[in-house]
Write a protein that binds this ligand. Structure first.
Ligand SMILES: [Zn+2]
Ligand SMILES: [Zn+2]
Length: 288
């Protein structure tokens, strides 16, 4: 019998390589980077198992949603496997607890919610409906009374691998160029990062499903302020990252400046590399 040559070690994903490099160059970010590496690992493993969904909404309904500024992915469109979702929820909560982003009581409460399918399923569907704006649910009632506050963050991360596949499927097919809103055309969440293209346009990146869409380069996505004199913008010394801070609503958004880089944006890396910019923005009195 012929011996098979040993299999070469699988190449690490680009974002993992970059995060490790960042840890060497910025040791003060080590703990945040380790947490991000753990989260990226969970998300990649789950996302690779999620099928690309076939979302084919009725064209009239789609046009009406767009017209009303509502996103296109309804809860029933998400290819959610509950066993995988519960696993993602538990592992995400474990990581946040391990890195002290959530306390022990919250961790215990979230695991209890995740264990009971009869409790979990209505919580997740209600949370999505209330935070996506796909229907008229009230975003204030996104979580049941008494639910741990950090459940919001855990649901956001745990739903991402499933929603990211929806974004992938729809962005290949749908023309999003007519979308003029500051919230995500796919899932309705807010942008939490942006990318400046080599032609100086700005694309916003959804903080939940990671979809990208074009948006006015000096308009605030949170309050639609487009008075340039009321937008404070500053960049890192290497020009790689930029902050847009709104002097009307006091919120800010970070961006990766593609004009100063040979690689494209890596959201898992760039959000961590810019943590010092968050500190600078907050010191100036802005909120994320
Ligand atoms: Zn989204
Ligand atoms: Zn604003």
């Amino acid at each position: 019998m012929q011996e098979r040559p040993p299999r070469p070690p699988r190449a690490e994903p680009r974002e993992v390589v970059e995060l490790k490099q960042l840890k060497t160059s910025n040791p003060e970010l080590a703990s945040a980077i380790d947490m991000q590496l753990a989260l990226v690992d969970v998300q990649r493993r789950i996302q690779s198992r999620v099928p690309l969904p076939w979302i084919q909404p009725d064209p009239a309904w789609l046009a009406a949603q767009r017209e009303a500024g509502r996103p296109v992915v309804r809860f029933s469109d998400i290819p959610l496997d509950w066993t995988d979702f519960r696993l993602t929820l538990r592992q995400t909560a474990d990581i946040l607890h391990r890195f002290e982003a959530i306390d022990r009581d919250e961790h215990t409460a979230i695991l209890a919610v995740g264990r009971d399918g009869n409790v979990l399923e209505p919580i997740v569907s209600r949370w999505y409906a209330a935070t996506s704006g796909t229907d008229s649910s009230d975003p204030k009632n996104r979580l049941p009374p008494g639910a741990p506050a950090s459940l919001d963050q855990v649901l956001l991360l745990a739903l991402r691998p499933f929603l990211a596949r929806c974004a992938e499927a729809l962005m290949q097919r749908e023309d999003l160029s007519g979308w003029m809103h500051g919230h995500c055309p796919i899932c309705g969440w807010e942008p939490d990062f942006a990318v400046i293209t080599p032609s100086a346009d700005r694309r916003l990146i959804c903080g939940r499903c990671t979809a990208q869409w074009m948006f006015g380069s000096s308009t605030c996505p949170f309050c639609a302020n487009d008075d340039r004199s009321l937008v404070t913008s500053f960049a890192t010394r290497d020009g790689l990252y930029r902050v847009y801070a709104c002097d009307v609503c006091r919120r800010y958004l970070k961006a990766f400046d593609g004009r100063h880089s040979t690689r494209s944006v890596l959201i898992a890396v760039d959000t961590i590399a810019t943590l010092p910019l968050d500190a600078a923005a907050m010191q100036k009195g802005y909120v994320g």
